[in-house]
Design a protein around this ligand. Structure first.
Ligand code: OSB
Ligand code: MG
Length: 376
């Protein structure tokens, strides 16, 4: 496959409601979309960096810089046999996984279309339906959180994840548990606690949670191993797993019993599949995390979630929970039993609404391979 051209654009999309995590409130998303032309076929990817370096160290603007000044120049005009060879072209660029993933994933979409297969099948996925959970932001009062949980359970979602932070944890989770004794519940702290808080976190054990996601330092696995020994509840790592070596380390140290896989955080489909494979080998269940994506990122998440190790409900849910109008057609919909039907048409399996994307675009940058004239 020859990577003939790349177009990078920034679009602005407003979430239907503000989303609060331990690191802040998000409502106005600045999302980068990547359009790649490979052998004449167009593929789409999304950069899942946040606007601020609060979840990890990347931002919309760092990704713009890294793609513009390093990734695009390194890959446009180059040929690779398949999308899974893409990391070889960008291996010299340290970090910036979300920036690289946006471009790599667009090439995966293009390859699947060239081969006439759904992206899920090109990745080796087998599920035809994926199981969905939701992630609920921090609320002002336990009562308003309970009301939100009730709505999402009524919609059929199979697992409810509650965002927590110090001061908004035990009381909130307790209220939800009392109201829904049988619901599958988990919590996500986005690194808001310290190892010294272990005795406080132990109070969550009584609520029978499926997992506690990333309670400690965003960049430290070892502290989670110490914490896991003190808790009954399974820990799940998100932020600390930037690649498959990190996953192997976490498993070796017993730092978690579950891993959340995010395409952007690990650098794209190729590395995500490696994380999945290591987890499968060690009997660690995985699930697909979300980053408040537009439909393009969501469609990539759906394809990845069809790999057999994705045995727990993910955070990938219906477009309408986030957006008044999504940039793909049809929008991602969830069945009454809280599942998404995996599309069967080639590539991402959704059509991209180019006109709407043009309206939402605030800046673009593009690169084309120079035409080489054969010597006569
Ligand atoms: O930690 O999983 C996270 C959103 C932004 C940044 C980090 C996270 C999240 C979510 C929301 O939990 C997942 C989603 O609904 O897309
Ligand atoms: Mg998380």
């Amino acid at each position: 496959m020859k990577i003939e051209a790349i177009t990078l654009r920034e679009i602005h999309m407003r979430l239907k409601a503000p989303f609060e995590t331990s690191f802040g409130v998000t409502q106005d998303r600045r999302i980068l979309l990547v359009e790649v032309i490979a052998d004449g076929v167009r593929g789409w990817g999304e950069v899942t960096a946040m606007e601020t370096p609060s979840y990890n160290s990347e931002t919309t603007d760092t990704a713009w810089h890294i793609i513009s000044d390093f990734v695009a120049p390194a890959v446009v005009g180059r040929s690779i046999a398949r999308a899974s060879d893409f990391p070889v072209l960008t291996g010299h660029i340290r970090g910036h996984e979300m920036a690289k993933a946006g471009v790599e994933n667009a090439i995966w979409d293009a390859e699947a279309q060239q081969k006439g297969v759904p992206l899920s099948r090109l990745l080796g996925g087998s599920l035809s339906e994926i199981v969905c959970g939701v992630s609920l932001g921090i609320r002002d009062t336990p009562a308003s959180l309970v009301a939100r949980v009730e709505e999402e359970l009524d919609h059929g979602y199979n697992r409810i994840k509650l965002k927590i932070k110090p001061g908004k944890d035990v009381e909130f989770v307790g209220a939800v548990r009392r109201n829904f004794p049988n619901a599958v519940l988990s919590v996500d702290a986005n690194s808001a606690y310290r190892l010294e808080d272990a005795m406080h976190l132990r109070r969550l054990d009584e609520f029978g949670l499926l997992m506690i996601e990333q309670p400690l330092y965003w960049d430290e696995i070892h502290a989670h191993a110490k914490l896991q020994k003190l808790l009954e509840t399974a820990l799940c790592l998100d932020e600390c797993i930037g690649n498959s070596r990190h996953a192997a380390t976490a498993i070796d140290l017993d730092a978690c019993r579950i891993i959340n896989i995010k395409l952007g955080r690990v650098g794209g489909h190729t590395e995500a599949r490696r994380v999945h494979d290591i987890c499968s080998t060690h009997g660690i269940p995985v699930w697909c995390g979300g980053m408040l994506e537009s439909g393009i990122g969501r469609a990539h998440n759906i394809a990845m979630s069809t790999l057999p190790g994705f045995t727990l409900p993910g955070d990938v849910s219906a477009s309408r929970r986030y957006w008044r109008e999504d940039i793909i057609e049809p929008a991602v919909e969830v069945t009454a039993r809280g599942t998404i039907q995996v599309p069967e048409s080639p590539g991402l399996g959704y059509s991209v609404r180019s006109k709407l994307i043009d309206q939402l675009t605030v800046r673009t940058n593009s690169w084309k391979a120079s035409v080489t004239v054969p010597a006569s």
